[in-house]
Design a protein around this ligand. Structure first.
Ligand SMILES: Cc1ncc(COP(=O)(O)O)c(C=O)c1O
Length: 380
């Protein structure tokens, strides 16, 4: 008899909303991907490496040139030098790095602390590996961390804490104070930290990204994960990476080699050459801040309430003054009646908590945002 390892997992609401958007010809601000072009230079580089014959297996840990560039960039930004030979691995997007980390370190009964709302890949990965999720709620509408609650839920079985800054879906960011609290709480323990920093280059209003790579006491227990999909507008290329001290990375690689072995060769070469010459990611925050501000200005006369996103390319809109409907029902109605798709925030909670909030992706051309706002202004 077929026994499911994830019996209560159904088709994700992300897929449902996108399908509904397509079927109804709606503006799709649900899934998180840009609708504008990738740099031509980068595309040309991929073609160059393909034509030069870089089309066979990459090394298991990733192309050295790319690991070297990542090491340099991390040092320049966060002042810690990861050894490209032993401490950096290229993965099939951040998603694989997340899964492989959890797969490598979480055993039956290990507790993993998870902040909710949470990106949807963490929980299934914990459960399929026999881990025990321990949920801590971020308090809407600011989605701040209550560190006293973390202190309360830590136990001798706590194996890992998963953090994500800038945070999907809320757009909240870790402050220096959050980092101080995290350092205090894990000090003296063997707790590992999975730090999902895929939006590290998308942070607004002059705030600085609090990478764990800035803190030696956190580095020694952390697996830091990032993704070129977010940074280079190439979510479909699925190239991510992770960084961790050698002892942790050795264990990560043992699992990685039997999960994918290695990832796309010519794209790795192309990205390494591209980021060596272009520090385009350094302008990403101002690029997306303009988009956030534009989107906010467009919807400011609508009935939705909002707190401006501090990072990522997502903006949460609160509809509590418009309707009492559950967020999934409301989101579906917006597609059918108004032609605009979003993601209900309850999708990011294990118990589908309803905050009367929807997540909109503003990584779109201004033309798309104009059309979206036109629809949002009609909702009352
Ligand atoms: C918080 C977070 N982590 C990880 C990922 C996955 O990144 P990738 O597309 O590189 O697998 C995403 C993508 O949406 C994300 O929002």
């Amino acid at each position: 008899m077929l026994r499911s390892k994830l019996p209560d997992i159904k088709t994700s609401i992300f897929a449902v909303m996108t399908q509904m958007a397509n079927e109804n010809n709606a503006i799709n601000l649900s899934q998180g991907f840009p609708d504008f072009q990738v740099s031509k230079k980068l595309i040309d580089l991929v073609e160059k490496y393909m034509k030069k014959g870089f089309n066979q297996y990459a090394p298991m840990q990733g192309v050295f040139e790319l690991r070297e560039q990542i090491s340099k960039k991390t040092f320049e930004l966060y002042n810690h030098k990861y050894n490209p030979d032993t401490e950096i691995t290229i993965t099939a997007g951040a998603t694989q790095a997340i899964y492989t980390t959890i797969n490598a370190f979480i055993n039956e009964g290990d507790e993993v602390i998870l902040f909710e709302p949470a990106y949807d890949s963490y929980l299934p990965a914990i459960r399929i590996n026999g881990g025990q999720p321990v949920y801590v709620q971020l308090k809407a509408p600011e989605y701040k961390i209550d560190w006293n609650e973390i202190k309360r839920v830590i136990s001798i079985r706590t194996k890992m804490i998963i953090i994500n800054t800038p945070h999907n879906p809320s757009g909240a960011i870790f402050t220096e104070e959050d980092i101080m609290m995290l350092r205090k709480i894990v000090s003296g323990s063997k707790i590992l930290i999975l730090s999902d920093e895929v939006y590290e280059h998308i942070i607004f209003d002059g705030n600085k990204h609090q990478s764990l790579a800035k803190y030696p006491d956190l580095i020694k227990r952390s697996i830091i994960i990032s993704s070129f999909g977010k940074t280079l507008h190439t979510t479909g290329w699925k190239i991510g990476y992770c960084m961790a001290p050698e002892k942790i990375m050795n264990e990560f690689r043992k699992v990685h080699q039997f999960t994918v072995f290695s990832v796309n060769t010519p794209i790795q070469y192309a990205i390494s050459e591209y980021i060596e010459k272009e520090d385009e990611y350094m302008n990403l925050s101002s690029f997306y801040q303009e988009k956030r501000d534009y989107f906010i200005s467009l919807v400011s006369n609508s009935k939705f309430k909002l707190i401006p996103s501090k990072g990522t390319y997502f903006q949460i809109l609160d509809y509590s003054e418009i309707s009492d409907e559950k967020d999934v029902e409301f989101a579906k109605r917006l597609v059918l009646e108004f032609g605009i798709a979003s993601v209900p925030v309850s999708a990011f909670y294990h118990n589908h908590q309803d905050n009367k909030a929807l997540r909109f992706c503003f990584a779109k051309s201004n033309k798309t945002l104009d059309k979206a706002a036109e629809k949002l202004l009609k909702i009352s």
